[in-house]
Design a protein around this ligand. Structure first.
Ligand code: NAD
Length: 445
């Protein structure tokens, strides 16, 4: 039986480890965050991801899943090591590989046999090759070999467990036959399920991940720009998206207009690939434009709210209820969420802001200290709406479908609803109680 090690127990590492343990592999997950490991050892998931806690508890019960802060232990007990630490953006947009190199150095220090080392984190092209070179040097004069592979992760937060159990594809970049064979063993279930596999070299595999995320960001920015135009010319963006999506070459996915993309991947990965382009003398104009359009989209949403409710010429004295902080539903992740920019924009113009999010408030209180004391956190959507002049729906949480529009409207000072996700675009009832502003159509021009 193969022993698997996962270094980094975030959204990717934890889900990956839990899923592999459910296939019967003995998995050790390692993290430097002691609090996280303590919680995990007690069977609690430190992140919100549907189905994850059950999977963790089952792995712990069966003894196939263990957690540690001890790097030596995970390196020495594993045949294959997945690197799943964060690769955030630096100030200049390039990927910060500090955590990756911390882990690689520990692997180099403790390695005690032949190992397969897999880059699961999103890493700029060339990183896996550098890891291969570094470990090769460290192992000179020993009988051991480190076989390096790139195996990017494509899971979507909020659906991470089901995506890991049945991924859209498995991409394996490797020159080493040992690495390929090991990953075929690890992913035997997916091979049996006829999940598409793509075998390629290290560089191509790394680029596939950035290319995929950048392409999706471009698609979102494209439809968002057209949404802004649609609001001016009397067109309806959702019907435009439907009409475009009927063409197989375009597909209807990722054509939903909104307040701008966010999350822990698109913003940083688009910047990182632009940086790689620049360093290699190739300006990536299309991706750069998507980044600029995304920034414009977020500020346009603030202007839209301002124009609609500043009946006395200012947002001062107005209270705005924000529903949803996370960058998408079914996650507690607020990294680069557009809600942050919208809240900052509204506060900057003098509005008072109340917020409610089913899962994101704990993280927001911790990670957005600059907002503490400036926004009011509420216990539910009704409390958030009370005495507000407008509701701004930032995240399409399913539970928002259950609210009584009458009850909300009656508790508010004014009844304006900005639906940044077009969640209620097809709902007649909301329009009986609210002046309703979707994204990308001119209901209230
Ligand atoms: P995360 O921030 O949730 O988790 C990273 C974890 O690594 C943290 O728990 C941190 O404590 C740990 N860590 C840092 N240094 C460490 C070290 N030296 N040893 C062990 N652990 C260490 O990050 P994430 O969202 O899981 O993303 C991880 C990588 O996967 C990133 O490169 C990201 O771009 C990529 N990715 C993320 C997603 C996603 O949806 N979140 C999807 C695909 C790919």
């Amino acid at each position: 039986m193969v022993n698997v090690g996962v270094m980094g127990t975030g959204y990717v590492g934890l889900v990956h480890g839990a899923v592999l343990s459910s296939y019967g592999f003995r998995v050790t997950c390692m993290d430097v965050d002691e609090h996280k490991i303590e919680r995990l050892n007690q069977g609690f998931s430190p992140i919100y991801e549907p189905g994850l806690e059950e999977l963790l508890q089952s792995g712990i019960r069966k003894g196939t899943l263990t957690f540690t802060t001890n790097a030596q232990q995970v390196v020495q007990s594993s045949d294959v090591l997945f690197i799943a630490v964060g690769t955030p953006a630096k100030e200049d947009g390039s990927a910060d590989l500090t955590y990756v190199w911390e882990v690689v150095q520990q692997i180099g220090k403790y390695i005690n046999g032949n190992k397969v080392i897999v880059s699961k984190s999103t890493m700029p092209v060339g990183t896996s090759r550098n890891i291969e070179g570094y470990l090769g040097n460290m192992l000179k004069g020993t009988p051991y070999q480190a076989h390096v592979a790139s195996n990017p992760e494509f899971l979507r937060q909020g659906k991470a467990v089901s995506d890991s159990l049945s991924p859209s594809r498995v991409v394996i970049g490797a020159d080493s036959e040992e690495a390929v064979q090991m990953l075929k063993t690890v992913y035997a279930t997916h091979l049996e399920q006829d999940v598409p596999f793509l075998f390629t070299n290290l560089e191509t595999s790394e680029m596939i991940k950035y290319a995929s995320n950048s392409f999706l960001a471009v698609k979102i920015s494209f439809i968002n720009e057209l949404a802004l135009l649609s609001e001016k010319v009397g067109a309806r963006i959702q019907d435009i998206a439907t009409g475009m999506g009927m063409d197989d070459r375009i597909s209807p996915h990722f054509l939903q207009a909104g307040p701008g993309y966010g999350g822990s991947c698109f913003p940083k990965d688009t910047q990182a690939i632009v940086d790689v382009g620049r360093k290699n003398g190739e300006e990536l104009y299309v991706v750069r434009a998507a980044i600029a359009a995304n920034e414009k989209q977020k500020s346009k949403m603030v202007s839209k709210i301002e124009e609609a409710i500043s009946f006395d010429g200012t947002l001062k004295g107005k209270t705005i209820a924000i529903w949803g902080l996370t960058f998408k539903p079914d996650t507690d992740d607020i990294r680069y969420a557009p809600s942050y920019d919208i809240i900052q924009g509204l506060l900057g113009k003098g509005a008072a802001v109340k917020v409610y999010c089913p899962q994101g408030m704990k993280q927001a209180a911790r990670d957005w200290p600059e907002l503490s004391g400036r926004i009011q956190y509420c216990g539910n959507e009704a409390e958030c709406a009370q005495q507000a002049d407008a509701i701004v729906l930032m995240t399409e949480w399913e539970q928002f479908r259950g609210v009584s529009w009458e009850r909300m409207a009656r508790s508010m000072r004014r009844n304006v609803f900005f639906d940044m996700r077009n969640m209620f675009a097809g709902d007649i009832a909301i329009r009986n109680w609210f002046q309703y502003y979707p994204v990308g159509s001119m209901e209230h021009g």
